[in-house]
Write a protein that binds this ligand. Structure first.
Ligand SMILES: Nc1ccn([C@@H]2O[C@H](COP(=O)(O)OP(=O)(O)OP(=O)(O)O)[C@@H](O)[C@H]2O)c(=O)n1
Ligand SMILES: C[C@](O)(CO)[C@H](O)COP(=O)(O)O
Length: 232
């Protein structure tokens, strides 16, 4: 189904991770980026977009960090407890949406450089199968063998990096995540849960600066991206 202009749009923000790969003294979403936490940057981008009705954030047990955020008291922000895996956190956040006509725009807390232009492009997706922001692979891709050396080259035509936000009818996505969990499927993004249900979501080319902050080096890059935007 296409996104009806009158359908309420909820942003869902999985923010309950611990940031193992970052190796910081706190979950990475609470690290400072320029003058605000990563999570604050992400929430403010979503809360300031005119099409987004409410933002549901799935949190880990670090309430102390979250409560200190300016956005924590925002009237259109709903907080829920996250789960063991990212997909559990998204599923638990979706359970808070009662309106069956609602759509969900799921966006990683760890992607603070999201731009409104990308949200607008995603909302205008073609077709009726939902959509994800993605970036076409630019490099030659290699598959490693068991010994860590190159086994073979993977044709890069039609290969994309899946990004977020990912946009789907909230109820359909919730059911897909429930069934995926029941089947013991590995669900690393919302589209993979929908693909299990036979959906073929659109791929919408997104900005390359919409990076996921995963390792320490990503922080400096995100700082540069945000600083260059503020300078414009
Ligand atoms: N149980 C989990 C795990 C992850 N996330 C969120 O999903 C997003 C993408 O996950 P990732 O980058 O892997 O974050 P972490 O799981 O924290 O990182 P790591 O795998 O290094 O621990 C992050 O915003 C993270 O907070 C979540 O809400 N619930
Ligand atoms: C959802 C995602 O950002 C799309 O690329 C990615 O799958 C998240 O993976 P992670 O291991 O939970 O960071």
């Amino acid at each position: 189904m296409p996104l009806n202009e009158s359908a309420p749009l909820y942003a869902v923000v999985p923010a309950a991770g611990v940031g193992k790969r970052m190796g910081a003294d706190r979950p990475k979403q609470y690290l400072l980026l320029n003058d605000r936490t990563i999570l604050s940057h992400t929430l403010s981008v979503l809360l300031s977009h005119p099409r987004i009705h409410q933002v549901i954030v799935a949190l880990g047990p670090e309430d102390g960090y979250f409560d200190s955020l300016e956005e924590a008291s925002h009237p259109r922000l709903i907080r829920v407890d996250g789960g063991r895996e990212r997909s559990d956190s998204v599923r638990l956040a979706l359970a808070a949406i009662e309106d069956k006509a609602a759509w969900a725009l799921v966006h990683d807390a760890a992607r603070p450089c999201l731009h409104h232009d990308d949200i607008d492009r995603l909302l205008a997706f073609p077709g009726d199968q939902g959509a994800i922001l993605a970036s076409p692979v630019r490099d030659t891709m290699k598959r490693a063998g068991a010994d860590g050396t190159i086994d073979h080259t993977v044709p890069r035509e039609a290969l994309w990096h899946a990004l977020t936000p990912q946009l789907f009818p909230a109820e359909a996505l919730h059911q897909a995540l429930v069934r995926g969990e029941q089947a013991g499927a590995v669900i690393t993004d919302e589209a993979s849960a929908m693909e299990r249900e036979g959906w073929h979501p659109a791929l919408v080319a997104g900005r390359p600066d919409n990076i996921k902050i995963t390792h320490p080096d990503d922080l400096r890059l995100a700082q540069l991206y945000l600083a260059s935007r503020e300078a414009q």
